[in-house]
Ligand binder design. Structure first.
Ligand code: SF4
Ligand code: SF4
Length: 340
């Protein structure tokens, strides 16, 4: 597996890394299997977050079994102030059962107000610098879903890496990563497969591996078999790097099919006080409409314990969605389609 230097951190990371969101849905054994397979495949980068419920804890337990030194550990927290960030880092260190975390990122920095809070006198950056001086974290990064804020974060000169969504449908990352490289920063692409919405993984990997300003991609995986199959697609995508006409056609078809208003299954919209499983419902809709698995989709929707009929219109989910999806409207459309 090709390794790339993560900008000024000097860390050597595998181009293919692992995103930690899906791990929280499974158990410790599953995480051990994934990390063991990752070592076999030459993968050494794993990214989690304080917000991914038990993901950090599962990784910590698995690392005890497979060896902490086999991985560069990255994680992130949404605290914007000094005290909050200290608390989050302490929890992360405990969860990972480690003396140090390689990369700690300010998570989900999507507007100027949040960025200014982090950089202010008593902001989260002060805590991160303090822990970096103590050796408890090694490097400091930023993650964002907003191009303008990501560029402002880069221009602040305070961060060593930037993490941003990037795939052949969402290409704002090109600008962000170019800017980051001009500042010698490490670059990490989240959502390389559009949160699982992009079906042609090989072409997606080919697109990503051709991006000269990108150091690492972090597709989430449910299990070791999925990791293996990602790797097969990834290795098959090499070649001269040029897209054939038929490959371009396939990419255009995927782009047209997905549009921009599609769910990336990140679950940032949660928690919903009425326990509506928003991303599960949108996945069911996608399977019904796009992948011709109508019976499966109908069954999946029926099995959901709550749906739009339970919604109290609080609107909190829409404020949290990084893609500004009109969630309630989409839930209503899904209900019309799948409620039988
Ligand atoms: S608007 Fe409806 S779906 Fe969204 S969080 Fe509130 S109750 Fe849940
Ligand atoms: S609705 Fe938005 S926040 Fe919720 S899972 Fe989908 S993309 Fe993520």
């Amino acid at each position: 597996m090709e390794r790339r230097k993560l900008g000024k951190t000097g860390l050597e990371v595998s181009f293919m890394g692992i995103g930690g969101i899906p791990l929280q849905r499974f158990d410790e054994n599953n995480t051990v299997e994934i990390l063991s397979e990752a070592i076999k495949q030459g993968i050494n980068f794993i990214d989690s977050a304080r917000g991914y419920t038990k993901s950090e804890e599962l990784i910590g337990k698995a690392l005890k079994k497979v060896g902490r030194d086999n991985f560069v550990i990255a994680t992130k927290a949404q605290s914007r102030d000094y005290e909050g960030m200290i608390k989050e880092m302490d929890i992360s260190l405990k969860n990972f059962q480690t003396d140090y975390i390689d990369l700690y990122q300010c998570h989900f920095v999507c507007n100027e107000t949040d960025l200014n809070k982090i950089l202010s006198e008593n902001g989260a950056l002060k805590a991160l610098l303090e822990y970096r001086d103590k050796g408890l974290i090694k490097h400091i990064g930023i993650t964002s879903h907003n191009m303008k804020t990501a560029v402002m974060g880069i221009e602040s000169g305070k961060f060593e890496t930037v993490q941003f969504p990037f795939n052949f449908i969402e290409s704002d990352g090109k600008t962000v990563f170019k800017k980051a490289k001009e500042n010698n920063m490490g670059t990490i692409a989240m959502k390389p497969l559009g949160g699982g919405a992009i079906t042609n993984r090989g072409l997606s990997f080919k697109y990503l591996s051709n991006e000269e300003n990108l150091d690492c991609i972090i597709p989430g995986v449910d299990n070791a078999e999925q990791l293996k199959s990602n790797m097969t697609d990834f290795l098959n995508c090499y070649g001269d790097g040029k897209f054939t006409d038929s490959e371009r056609d396939i990419i255009e078809k995927e782009k047209n099919l997905l549009g921009v208003d599609f769910c990336r299954r990140c679950d940032y919209c949660q928690p919903c006080s009425k326990n509506i499983p928003i991303s599960v419902i949108f996945t069911a809709k996608a399977y019904y409409e796009r992948y011709d698995l109508k019976d499966w989709a109908l069954g999946k929707y029926k099995a959901c314990k709550a749906n739009i009929t339970d919604c109290i219109d609080c609107g909190k989910c829409e404020k949290r969605c990084p893609y500004n999806l009109p969630i309630r409207q989409m839930l209503r459309q899904t209900h019309e389609l799948l409620a039988r």
